[in-house]
Design a protein around this ligand. Structure first.
Ligand code: C5P
Length: 224
């Protein structure tokens, strides 16, 4: 599938719930197009973990906002989001708590918009993935995707990923945590998880990563 680099959308958003495969798709699109990639969930994870590390409560606005303001864009550009603890479930759970606080979202908004408008490394464009990148962060993005899958399938992927990393995991527990996070993310008052009106939805329950990538590329080519 050919995407014309001259007319390809410069900003691409990929939203969806945990374990849907949105990160895999976003990374692959960015690599294919030579664009910069921002996993916006990592920003919320960094705020959640930062709050816990300073002894704060991720559900307490004052604690979470302090941690959000302490995020250093220079350090992020330098790779601070590669901290392995950010991928853990402690960070995930804290992230979904701080993410429900409007002031935290406000602090992170300008960083995300700036990344999309001025992608680092002189990249020609940016791919952002998260929960609200197509609805709130970049409503004018040239291509938007909403990637989803059955919750049992998403929990199974996460469970296998944890086992593959040598961590202990109980499927029923992973499923319960994921359902809890889905409810928190989709029912919160600010920027809830939902597809943008103009997003292309891809259900990955029965598709592998190659098939998802092919569907997405075809959609982008149809826009360029
Ligand atoms: O995608 P990931 O699982 O890393 O996201 C962690 C949490 O961060 C999500 O459960 C969600 O609460 C929050 N988040 C968000 N908006 C985004 C990205 C993530 O609220 N754009």
């Amino acid at each position: 599938m050919n995407v014309n680099p001259a007319t390809a959308p410069r900003v691409i958003t990929v939203d969806g719930p945990a374990g849907s495969g949105k990160g895999t798709l976003a990374r692959r699109l960015a690599r294919h197009l030579g664009y910069a990639h921002l996993d916006t969930g990592k920003l919320y994870r960094a705020v959640g973990l930062g709050t816990l590390r300073s002894g704060g409560d991720p559900a307490a606005p004052a604690d979470a906002v302090t941690a959000a303001k302490a995020l250093d864009p220079g350090a992020i550009a330098g790779g601070s989001l590669e901290d392995p603890e950010l991928t853990g479930d402690r960070a995930a759970s804290a992230a979904s708590k701080v993410a429900a606080i409007p002031e935290v979202r406000e602090v992170l908004l300008s960083f995300q918009r700036d990344f999309a408008a001025n992608p680092p490394g002189d990249a020609a464009g940016a791919v952002l993935d998260g929960r609200d990148t197509g609805t709130v962060v970049c409503p004018d993005a040239g291509a938007k995707f909403y990637v989803t899958a059955r919750v049992e399938e998403r929990a199974d992927r996460r469970h296998k990923e944890l086992l593959g990393r040598g961590e202990t995991s109980i499927y029923a527990r992973v499923l319960a945590d994921m359902k809890e996070r889905d409810v928190r993310d989709s029912t919160r008052a600010v920027a809830p998880l939902k597809p943008a009106d103009d997003a292309r939805t891809i259900d990955t329950s029965d598709l592998d990563a190659d098939a998802v990538f092919a569907v997405a590329l075809e959609h982008i080519a149809s826009l360029s």
